[in-house]
Design a protein around this ligand. Structure first.
Ligand SMILES: Cc1cc2nc3c(=O)[nH]c(=O)nc-3n(C[C@H](O)[C@H](O)[C@H](O)COP(=O)(O)OP(=O)(O)OC[C@H]3O[C@@H](n4cnc5c(N)ncnc54)[C@H](O)[C@@H]3O)c2cc1C
Length: 403
């Protein structure tokens, strides 16, 4: 564990080729249709589940990723296939990782399988942190969790927004305030089990891109969950809160725990961006070799060829930053220079830029829905926004530099 290598091992190569086949044969042909429908592609998730691809991102993290390159590889291939469909496939993993990070063994064993369902009856899960007035500023979250000691139950009230799979999930992971005086140190995560009264879907959003992924508000009105649904358990929470209160009293800066968790998951988002960027680059490269203007393929113009050279270089650089950060996270090396944020910042900005260049290289065709690059450009815009905007990544990086 922890050896740094840029070589995928034989198992990883096999998995990559298998995923590439699924992405090319199943996801790609369906991408335009689900983008237009703006609905969760249940049949494709079902097919992914039958093949063992649904939940692979989650289990890869735990079982077969000694070098840290496995997760980025899974993400890159699926998002190369199609970003919206891929987010429908890995969105559950984001919620499952929330349970893995904070839950007890028993909670992980109970809830993760219910998040995915089984191959004949697939389910999805949602991770609900963002609120209308608390996006980047996680500490200003207002959703409240109050403990009812007599019944050993927690009562949740509030409104979450932009939740991937929100309202259609079998299991929701909800972050809520348990001690309003402690900023994000006073937050805790809760499981809301299937069919719990009081949880409902609010507005379903129509989006610019990744339209095959469901995004919605989640409304929580006197939602009662058993004490066992507090991730990590009550004793651990009480200890954590007591420590945070001590620190707050002594004037020590209370570190944002949620920020640290996001930092670790950021290389995975960087890998998604690399997948979309590579997909658009490949379309542009093929097009430039075959489109003839002024009697020769347009790639023979330096103005076009140099753009492709920059695109290829930037995609490679993004992948290397992602792989380094993912290796560091797997090897337990702390991101002292905010390497996780660097990988997400760079890869997401590259995806936006490269997909725009791809449209330019395809000219009029690039601008129409006859070709996939306009969709890829719409999809790419999400990477600089979710899991921490580019500005927040720069903030994290500059703070690390200033230390
Ligand atoms: C498709 C989609 C899926 C999502 N999925 C989920 C999900 O599953 N679960 C979930 O909890 N959330 C989810 N989100 C929410 C997402 O994480 C937030 O949108 C994101 O964190 C930004 O928050 P915000 O939209 O409130 O923007 P704001 O925080 O309001 O930011 C607006 C602008 O101001 C800038 N800004 C803010 N503060 C600063 C600062 N201090 N310095 C400089 N610039 C600043 C931002 O960079 C941005 O450009 C999703 C969002 C989308 C669009």
């Amino acid at each position: 564990m922890g050896e740094f290598t840029l070589e995928l091992n034989e198992d990883q190569k096999q998995v990559r080729d298998w995923l590439h086949g699924f992405a090319a044969d199943v996801m790609r042909p369906a991408a335009a249709e689900w983008d237009e429908r703006e609905e969760t592609p249940w049949p494709i998730i079902q097919e992914a589940a039958k093949l063992g691809i649904y939940s692979l991102d989650f289990y890869a993290q735990q079982f077969f990723d000694p070098t840290g390159l496995g997760i980025p590889m899974v993400m890159e291939e699926l998002f190369w296939g199609d970003a919206g469909i891929a987010l429908s496939i890995v969105g559950t993993g984001l919620a499952a990782v929330g349970v893995l990070a904070n839950g007890t063994e028993e909670q992980i064993g109970t809830w993760v399988p219910q998040m995915y369902g089984d191959a004949n009856d697939v389910k999805v899960a949602a991770f609900c942190s963002s609120e209308p007035d608390a996006g980047s500023d996680v500490a200003s979250m207002r959703t409240r969790a109050v403990y009812d000691e007599a019944k050993d139950e927690w009562i949740l009230n509030g409104t979450k927004t932009w939740a991937t799979n929100g309202g259609i999930a079998n299991v929701h992971v909800v972050v809520a305030v348990v001690d309003p005086g402690l900023g994000s140190k006073g937050h805790a995560s809760f499981i809301v089990p299937p069919h719990t009264p009081g949880l409902s879907q609010g507005q379903k959003f129509q989006k610019h891109g990744i339209r095959a992924s469901h995004t919605a508000e989640v409304v929580l009105e006197d939602v009662r969950v058993p004490g066992s649904c507090l991730l990590g358990g009550k004793d651990k929470l009480d200890e954590r809160l007591a420590r945070a209160r001590e620190k707050a009293k002594s004037g020590e800066r209370v570190k944002n725990a949620a920020m640290a968790t996001f930092e670790a998951s950021r290389p995975a988002v960087g890998a998604m961006a690399v997948g979309t960027a590579r997909a658009a680059y490949e379309v542009a490269l093929d097009y430039a070799k075959t489109r003839v203007q002024f009697g020769r393929p347009i790639i023979e113009n330096q103005g076009v060829a140099f753009q492709l050279a920059d695109m290829a270089t930037q995609i490679d650089a993004a992948r290397l930053l992602v792989w380094r950060a993912s290796w560091m996270a797997t090897a337990g090396k702390p991101f002292t220079a905010a390497e996780g944020s660097m990988s997400k910042l760079y890869a997401s900005e590259v995806a936006k830029k490269v997909t725009a260049q791809a449209i330019q290289i395809l000219g009029g065709n690039g601008y129409t829905r006859e070709y996939p690059v306009e969709r890829m450009h719409r999809d790419a815009a999400i990477y600089t926004i979710f899991e921490g905007t580019s500005e927040i990544q720069r903030m994290v990086i500059s703070r690390a530099l200033a230390k």
